[in-house]
Structures are given as C-alpha cells and as structure tokens.
Design a protein around this ligand. Sequence first.
Ligand SMILES: *Cc1c(COP(=O)(O)O)cnc(C)c1O
Length: 349
Amino acid sequence: MTYELSDKIKNLKPYNAVTGDYKIRMDANESFINPGETLQEEFLSAVASIKFNRYPNPMATELCEGFARYYGIDPEMVVAGNGSDELISIIMGAFLRPGDKVMSYSPDFSMYQFYGNLYDKTNLVIDKKMDMILTAADVLDAVMEYKPAAVILSNPCSPTSLVMSREDILKIVENSNNLVIIDEAYMDFSDQSIIKVAEKYDNLILLKTCSKALGLAAIRLGFAVASKPIARALHAVRSPYNVNAITQEIGRVIFSHPDYIKKSIEEIKEARDQLYFGLLQLEPNKSIRRIIKPDTNFVFIELSNAEYVYKELKKYSIIVRQFGDFLRITTGTKEENEALIQAISKILV
Ligand SMILES: *Cc1c(COP(=O)(O)O)cnc(C)c1O
C-alpha cells in the first residue's frame, strides 16, 4: 500500500516557534505580565468548577458575553476561537472558494499567506513601500486593480508597529466589494479600533486575541467580531466545541476584571515607551537606519547589520525576531528593556 502526501503539504514544516532557552524573551509579542500571578485563585476556582466529563458550552456563551461587555458591543456579533489563528484558518477555508484571490501585504502577519496557501487560494501579496506606511488609497487602488475576494491585514500591523486611522480602515471597508478582514490583535495598545461600528458592515470581519495585551497566550483564545449574518455563518463552519472549557473559564474571569486589563495595558505601553526612547538614544550610531514610532507592544527597528545584531543578542540570552534588515523587539519589563538596550549599545560600539 502506498500513500503519497500532496505536493502542497509534502515540504511544509511546522511553525518555527523559538524553542531555545533564553533569559529574555522579546520575540513573540507576548505580554510580560502574567495574570496567573494576580488572578491565580480566581482562575483555579473557575477551573475547579468544570464538569470534566462533559463537553464545554458549544457557543462559549458567557465568555462571549464577557468579551462583548468589555468592548461595548452586542454579544451576538462575537465568535470565539482556539486562538485567532483558528479563526483565520476557518475564514480562509470555508468563506472563500479555492482559487479565490486573497490580497495581503508584506511585511504583515505571515499566517495569512500560510492559510491562503493551505486552502488553495491565490495569494496576492503586495509589498509595502519603503516607509512601510499603508494608506486607504493604496489598498483601494489595489482592490480596483486585482478585484480580490478578500483583503486581510493587521491594524496596528505586526511587524511594522504602525496603525492606520479608523477613517482609513472604514474607507477601505465601505469602498470595496469584497470581504475585508481586519486583524486588531494589537489594537488594545492603540486607539483606532472600528469594533464599535462593525455591526454596520456586511463585508467585515474583525479579529481580536487574548494572546497579546491580555497576557493569556497560553490559553489559546481569539475572537471574531462581525455583523450577525457573518457571525452566524462563522458559528456554522467552526468545529462544534472549538474552545475548551478551561480556556472558556479563564477567559470569562479575565473579562470580569476590566480595570485589571486596562491597568496592564497602561503598564505595557509605559514599558514600550521606555524601550522606544531607550533605542532612540542609540540612534546616532550609524548602524541604526530607522526606528519606527510604535502603536503596539513592540518596536520595529531597521539596521545595516540586523542579522549580526540578532545573533549577538542571543549571546546575551536575549531573543528577538529578525525580518531581513529589521528587528522586531517585544517590550519586556523595564529591567529587561534596560538589559536589551545595554546589550545593543555594546554590540554596536
Ligand atoms: C499574535 C497574532 C495573532 C495570533 O493570535 P492567536 O490568538 O494567539 O492565534 C494574530 N494576528 C496577529 C497580527 C498577531 O500578531
């Protein structure tokens, strides 16, 4: 008997997550605040009340209500997923037909192209300009030219750390006859969300995650927000119990602490600013070409020797992400940021 893997998946490799043991992790845009340390007892007692022999609530009802309350929207617009990654996967797989054109940008979150490819879409990947700034006009011109079935982009963008204004995003949604997917994974660090008006648009899906600002990367929890017909369709195509009971409980607890969430976000933004201004102090060094002012929890910096600096940082047990001539550096605690800035200043002497 023989079974041959299809060409498409034969050479795929598992997602290249950092595995080494580094003292300072600034590579994955996680939060440096662990809510488990603060909310430990509440998490544990919520988990203790789970009926482990039963399937979880199929609609993640209380969790979605908590999310909706926190963001001030109608819970019927909310669909929970096993990370927003799962939601990107089911949108690509079920909402779009094989061969459909999916427009995305480079650099942007790499998983858009990954799932597009996996589900036999035609990936139209448009390079951003040198300044990395994307405007509504850029996107709408490309939409006119290529007529894609869907446009997907992150706002604020990872890895560029830049945000597009609410007005620009709405211009894109209002003036394109295709699905528009806006990934707001980092919007808690900025202020240009369109979540409050998402209900008005029948061609929009917003994505959110608990992995970044909320400090819950471990529980794998993301959300899609859309008008009710789209939300109903998302419920219909996802797998029946896609969000496990432990994740539902812990997510429910975190959204019952809006003040804690807001305080954590402020703390992360403060640390991010310290990192940004600390790096700016190094800017006279000629290896540093550009440091982008961030609207996220990380800083994107262009160097003439990014790969060298990336490798040298590992010797200090500091791990960041390298994208060609750029490094994407997630904010750590103030001490971690200080250690990174010290290390870079030594590496660049
Ligand atoms: C981290 C990230 C996600 C992934 O979120 P999960 O909910 O952890 O799957 C989605 N989009 C962007 C742009 C991200 O940076």
